[in-house]
Design a protein around this ligand. Structure first.
Ligand SMILES: NC(=O)C1=CN([C@@H]2O[C@H](COP(=O)(O)OP(=O)(O)OC[C@H]3O[C@@H](n4cnc5c(N)ncnc54)[C@H](O)[C@@H]3O)[C@@H](O)[C@H]2O)C=CC1
Ligand SMILES: CC(=O)C(C)=O
Length: 253
């Protein structure tokens, strides 16, 4: 069995760091994103064993197609990282039906469709595999003004536990990673909103989150990629249904 991984939301941020780390760990990697230009540039910078595929993870048929395209290209699939997500700031009274559908469609739908598509591929390939989902410290403890986002990330932990039980007999493990405050475009957008709402700047917004970190530093995307590399590799073979919190000490569970 060769090592083939799909990483969704891999054009930037945490997904790009995960794709880069898995590539360094000798995985062939499909970088999936709806921003295909950025995904293509990232894949090119990694090398010949990386490809870029366009998919909107909230669309079930697009997810199934990109998983099949990965198997067709590399001849195998061993790991799916359901990383793509949206993180809008949503004071409770501002949430619209459209925003609800959009955020749940990507953050929860993306995990469901990815899990279904990977399960189908693993069955057809005749072996097990690993599914790794992105939740958040905000999916462990509710965060202010993130009702939509936190809700989706609690849901991801639930789906991770259920599918770990459902798929274990087929030698498929399902785990999740829960980052803290990671220096990516998503987090800078959230910090911007928080700062703006308080009449302060982005740096102030970021520090509102940073002050809750025991280790007193913001996370680099690579801090998260290190944990995903563990979950993607053989050292985690006897772990399933778990969420590993990688937040420098924000939430203790
Ligand atoms: N940045 C942070 O502090 C934290 C992030 N996370 C989670 O980690 C994951 C990655 O986050 P970041 O790298 O910070 O986000 P980001 O916003 O910087 O990057 C997300 C990537 O996903 C892609 N994407 C978004 N929706 C998509 C869709 N429907 N289909 C395909 N691609 C799509 C975007 O084009 C982008 O390239 C997300 O699930 C997020 O919720 C969790 C905890 C903290
Ligand atoms: C964006 C996120 O996941 C936070 C603030 O934990």
């Amino acid at each position: 069995m060769s090592k083939v991984a799909i990483v969704t939301g891999a054009a930037q941020g945490i997904g790009l760091a995960i794709a880069t780390r898995l590539y360094q760990d000798n995985f062939k990697v499909a970088l999936v994103d709806y921003n295909i230009e950025k995904a293509q540039a990232a894949a090119k910078s990694l090398g010949n064993n990386a490809i870029a595929l366009q998919a909107d993870v909230s669309k079930r048929d697009e997810v199934f197609k990109m998983v099949q395209a990965t198997v067709d290209h590399f001849g195998d699939l061993t790991v799916l990282v359901n990383n793509a997500g949206l993180g809008p700031t949503t004071p409770i009274d501002t949430i619209s039906e459209e925003q609800f559908r959009n955020v749940y469609g990507v953050n929860v739908g993306g995990v469901l469709w990815g899990t279904q598509a990977a399960h189908k591929a693993f069955k057809e390939l005749g072996h097990g595999g690993k599914i790794i989902n992105a939740t958040s410290q905000a999916g462990v403890v509710g965060n202010p003004e993130l009702a939509l986002y936190s809700g989706t990330k609690f849901a991801v932990r639930g789906i991770t536990q259920v599918t770990a039980r459902d798929l274990a007999e087929e030698n498929i493990t399902v785990n999740a990673f829960a980052p803290g405050i990671v220096k990516t475009p998503m987090m800078f957008d959230i910090a911007h909103e928080v700062g703006q709402n308080a009449g302060k700047d982005d740096e102030w917004g970021m520090q509102q989150f940073a002050k809750d970190i025991a280790m007193k530093r913001l996370s680099e995307p690579e801090d998260v990629a290190n944990v995903v590399a563990f979950l993607a590799g053989p050292d985690s073979d006897y772990i399933t249904g778990q969420t590993i919190i990688v937040d420098g000490g924000m939430q203790f569970h």
